[in-house]
Write a protein that binds this ligand. Structure first.
Ligand SMILES: [Zn+2]
Length: 107
């Protein structure tokens, strides 16, 4: 590990301590298979269950994956807000993005 920034192999970031360090990558446990969001703590998994393959945004409160239409709508809204896209452009971009995700690629 000669990456030059002094990280010791096996160094443990205490996820719940609230300590963050610019330049340190937060360990990613998994990515949501529906929207690709990194899930960094059990609370970010659907239903609070770290066995879930989907994040809390993509699941109902009981931890089950929402419908494609719900996920698409959420992503369209996010793209319009975050990227200033208009709805037709956001719908196209969201549809293309979701088509690359394991949860939706076989639709
Ligand atoms: Zn998700």
């Amino acid at each position: 590990m000669a990456d030059g920034n002094g990280h010791k192999p096996g160094y443990d970031i205490e996820a719940e301590s609230g300590i963050t360090c610019d330049g340190c990558e937060v360990p990613v446990m998994a990515n949501c298979e529906s929207c690709g969001m990194p899930m960094l703590s059990p609370e970010q998994y659907g239903g609070g269950n770290a066995e879930n393959r989907y994040c809390l945004h993509c699941c109902n409160s009981d931890g089950r994956l929402k419908s494609y239409e719900d996920i698409l709508e959420g992503m369209v809204g996010m793209m319009m807000n975050n990227r200033g896209m208009d709805r037709p452009a956001a719908e196209t971009a969201a549809g293309e993005y979701l088509a690359t995700m394991p949860a939706w690629s076989s639709r």
